[in-house]
Design a protein around this ligand. Structure first.
Ligand SMILES: NC(=O)C1=CN([C@@H]2O[C@H](COP(=O)(O)OP(=O)(O)OC[C@H]3O[C@@H](n4cnc5c(N)ncnc54)[C@H](O)[C@@H]3O)[C@@H](O)[C@H]2O)[C@@H](O)CC1
Ligand SMILES: [K+]
Length: 480
């Protein structure tokens, strides 16, 4: 019985899930050949846009990625581009053989290719299971070097789809990678994603697959209710420690990410405190205040016994809590009181947490983050150039590549502040904690984009407000 379901473009699939999606489409009445035409012509259109009227060389491998290459080549030939195909291997699938039979242009030997405008890599896609043999690696690199623009179809050859690992050294870099049917994990995982150039997706009608990861999306935020007041909008309590500057950065971002009230509990107040930030020396009072809707602990906390005591007290308060920085190193399973937490480790802090929670630390980043989420009951934001979010129950959200200018001191504090502010705004259950983590992460990435090059963490924290504005469409005044 044909099934007809809405295509979903935000999901990120494993190779096994992509095969299941293909089977679903075939069960709904499509064929492998029809899907290859759809994918190849869609990708061909991206190639055509880059090439303009220029010349195009397509390298075709043995599998269905090679089949896409034959479709792309024919599409470009039909549109008047000068096209040549280099066949690295004979097609081994029926669909690839059929696609080749439909191509009416030139097939040339690798040695006869001269410099050209666009090179299209259809050597291997998601079916790659081992490193490229030397002859194919050399062919790929030589052809890539001869062309001004390089476009990888579905995945750059030499990349493992599920992990993003490079199976060979010395692989070329790409100006554009065109994913087919659905995003694959490699499109969001290091090192692969850093070599792909811009990434685009061709829709072939793939519907939602249960358990699929999804791409971090721009949040849709609402203005405060007409009768809102500062407490109802959410009061965030930040527990500062030895270095109040880091907590101040978090507070600066939090003030701009939606919370109605941000309070900083610090033994020693930061040297410069903005007037809108309330600083108290009474951490216990802040933790006991029923109006405190969420907490942030960790930025600048230090790792002393006193810091550990503050962390335990914050977690004991039973409020939804963002646990960041030093607090992640001090965290022990027994400290988690059942309140909803968001943990925001970078790689080093992740290793410390894995030791504390008795996890092996082996495997892919998303599996490690999911394992920590499962054992801790917390939402985990695993930071890095390929940041991802994992929630207990298995939901995974992958962030698109963000500005590499974020690699400066203090940006983690800004992220923690933005997430905590969103958590204070709506924080009652796991689903909302996941939502807060997504919103904060998106605001952080967008703020970085708006800042451009060489920003400071303080400038990033201020730019969170402009990022937030972008999430409100035309209605951010709360009057529409
Ligand atoms: N699944 C789908 O729904 C669709 C898939 N399409 C294309 O199909 C591709 C996947 O096709 P395939 O599964 O045929 O995979 P590939 O085209 O990536 O190639 C797999 C073939 O290469 C061989 N191989 C793997 N690693 C090798 C190595 N290191 N050296 C030499 N040979 C190696 C395998 O034994 C197999 O014969 C996708 O990337 C995409 O381009 C598209 O046509 C659109 C639809
Ligand atoms: K490819």
């Amino acid at each position: 019985m044909p099934r007809c379901r809405e295509p979903v473009l935000s999901q990120v699939l494993t190779v096994a899930q992509m095969r299941a999606a293909e089977e679903d489409l075939i069960a709904a009445g499509s064929t492998v050949d029809a899907l290859m035409q759809l994918a190849g012509r869609g990708a061909g259109e991206w190639v055509r846009r880059i090439a303009g009227g220029g010349s195009v060389t397509v390298l075709c491998g043995p599998g269905n990625n090679g089949g896409d290459g034959w479709v792309i080549a024919e599409y470009l030939r039909e549109h008047g581009n000068a096209v040549q195909v280099v066949q690295a291997r004979e097609p081994v699938t029926d669909a690839a053989r059929n696609a080749k039979a439909l191509y009416r242009g030139a097939v040339v030997s690798a040695g006869s290719v001269t410099a050209g405008d666009v090179f299209v890599d259809c050597l291997f896609g998601s079916g790659l299971t081992r490193a490229l043999p030397d002859d194919l690696l050399a062919l790929l690199c030589d052809l890539a070097a001869l062309h001004r623009h390089r476009i990888a179809i579905d995945l750059p050859s030499g990349i493992e789809s599920d992990s993003g690992a490079a199976l060979n050294e010395g692989l070329p870099e790409w100006s554009l990678t065109v994913a087919l049917g659905a995003w694959k994990h490699a499109h969001f995982a290091m090192p692969a994603c850093s070599k792909m150039g811009a990434v685009r997706l061709v829709d072939i009608g793939v519907a939602a697959l249960p358990g699929a990861a999804r791409v971090l999306a721009k949040p849709k935020l609402e203005a405060p209710a007409a009768d809102a007041h500062k407490y109802r909008r959410g009061m965030l309590g930040i527990v500062a420690g030895e270095m109040p500057g880091a907590a101040l950065l978090a507070a600066t971002a939090a003030l701009r990410a939606g919370a109605g009230y941000v309070k900083l509990a610090a033994q020693a107040a930061p040297l410069v405190v903005p007037p809108e930030l309330v600083v108290t020396g009474d951490a216990a009072g802040m933790l006991a205040d029923a109006r405190t809707s969420a907490l942030l602990v960790g930025p600048g906390l230090g790792r002393s016994d006193e810091a550990s005591r503050l962390l335990a007290a914050a977690l004991h308060a039973g409020r939804p809590t963002v646990v960041d920085a030093d607090a992640l190193v001090l965290l022990r399973p027994a400290m988690l009181s059942g309140a909803q937490c968001i943990l925001t480790p970078h790689e080093g802090e992740m290793s410390a947490l894995e030791r504390a929670f008795g996890l092996s630390g082996a495997g892919l980043r998303r599996d490690r983050a999911l394992a920590l989420a499962e054992v801790s009951g917390a939402v985990v934001v695993l930071k890095g150039p390929d940041t991802l979010i994992a929630a207990p129950g298995g939901e995974t959200v992958l962030a698109p590549r963000a500005s590499s200018w974020l690699s400066v001191a203090g940006t983690g504090d800004v992220l923690a502040g933005a997430i905590a502010s969103r958590l204070a705004t709506h924080c009652q259950d796991l689903e909302q904690a996941l939502r807060a983590a997504e919103e904060g992460l998106w605001l952080h990435g967008e703020a970085a984009r708006l800042c451009g090059p060489a920003f400071t963490a303080g400038e990033l924290a201020h730019a969170v407000q402009a990022a937030l504005k972008a999430c409100h469409g035309g209605g951010y005044e709360g009057t529409s």
